[in-house]
Design a protein around this ligand. Structure first.
Ligand code: PRT
Length: 106
């Protein structure tokens, strides 16, 4: 069982200690442009899979995209905690916006 935080930590470990035969290491060695290309490709694959009937294929492509986004975050030096904080801040902001919308709709 591997959650996104554990996967991110493993990706950071690969960045700090390159491992022979590791695909993550291969991406870091190739650099930012290669990682961006993969994120672009995997995003398109998610869009295509979402239009098809297979949930398994869709889940597979979302997992591929999640992995490549985590590699991109590690390359850019952004932690999962920073994204979680952004989402948490947004939660407060969104509920305030909703309150304002509800008041306007009265
Ligand atoms: N979650 C993933 C993961 N998801 C996708 N991929 C790789 O992403 C690639 C996507 O397939 P593509 O056909 O698009 O790419 P490709 O033809 O293999 O490679 P390119 O030449 O296009 O770059 C595959 O090679 C997958 O193995 C992943 N590689 C590694 N992980 C995890 O990352 C961790 C570290 O793994 P290693 O880096 O292999 O040690 C482990 O927990 C792994 O499970």
């Amino acid at each position: 069982m591997q959650d996104l935080d554990e996967l991110y930590q493993l990706i950071l470990q690969r960045k700090a200690n390159p491992k022979e035969g590791s695909y993550t290491d291969y991406l870091f060695t190739k650099g930012l442009d290669k990682i961006l290309k993969k994120v672009g490709e995997e995003s398109t694959e998610v869009v295509v899979a979402a239009k098809n009937d297979s949930d398994d294929e869709f889940v597979y492509e979302v997992a591929d995209l999640a992995y490549h986004v985590l590699v991109l975050m590690a390359e850019r030096g952004i932690s999962t905690d920073q994204v979680k904080k952004e989402l948490a801040d947004r939660e407060g902001l969104m509920s305030k916006t909703k309150e304002r919308r509800d008041i306007k709709d009265l």
